[in-house]
Ligand binder design. Sequence first.
Ligand code: DGL
Length: 244
Amino acid sequence: MLTPRSAPVGFFDSGVGGLCVREAFRRRLPHEDTVYIADTAHCPYGNRPAAEIVRLARRHVRALLARGCKMVVVACNTATAAAIDVLRATWPGIPFVGMEPAVKPAVLRSKSGVVGVLATQGTFNGRLYRETCARFARKTTVLTCVADDFVALVERGETEGPRAEAAVRARVEPLLAAGADHLVLGCTHFPHLKPIIEAVAAGRAKVIDPSDAVARQAERLLAERNLLNPSGGASHVFIRTSLG
Ligand code: DGL
């Protein structure tokens, strides 16, 4: 029988990208159970209209709540940008955690005054990204790079090898050449390529992955609401959507 504390935490993404967020969460909170929805039937989200992403996000939240989830982590920057306000307004009793583009830590640590953000077009179009830059990056040049091809590589499981390396080089080298000393991973698929991104940027730029910060925020919210599970952690459900 599920009590509020023993209920699982829900996650969703357009695909397997957000699994790196769930891994960070599990490292931090090993006693939590989880349910993860990978919407591979509609992947990628990057160039879909915001209204469509809102519709899909609502569907995933309904499915997670039907499984009794006590909190939902929107493990997708694009879906956070398009839908988190609507989700919070629709389910005011449910705590939601979204992906923040980690522009602030990059700007604070930058010595060159130039940082690079890798994300989808949908994330760059969002209010959250614009507001974060306006707030924290007034004196810093923020270079943007839409790296949709990384999403396809990660969905195919091609996170190493010559094709992945060539794709990373093509996106990252121009940012480094323009002086970026920090690279923000603004899409949850991209940490899966982090070893290659770090190898390409070695000695020139640091790579910032917000997964741990999101896990910390999830922990804070659960603690605040007295929802931390003292004794679970054995059940981790993975659901893939299909077109059929
Ligand atoms: N993982 C996603 C994100 O964080 C979406 C990538 C996509 O489906 O385009 O933005």
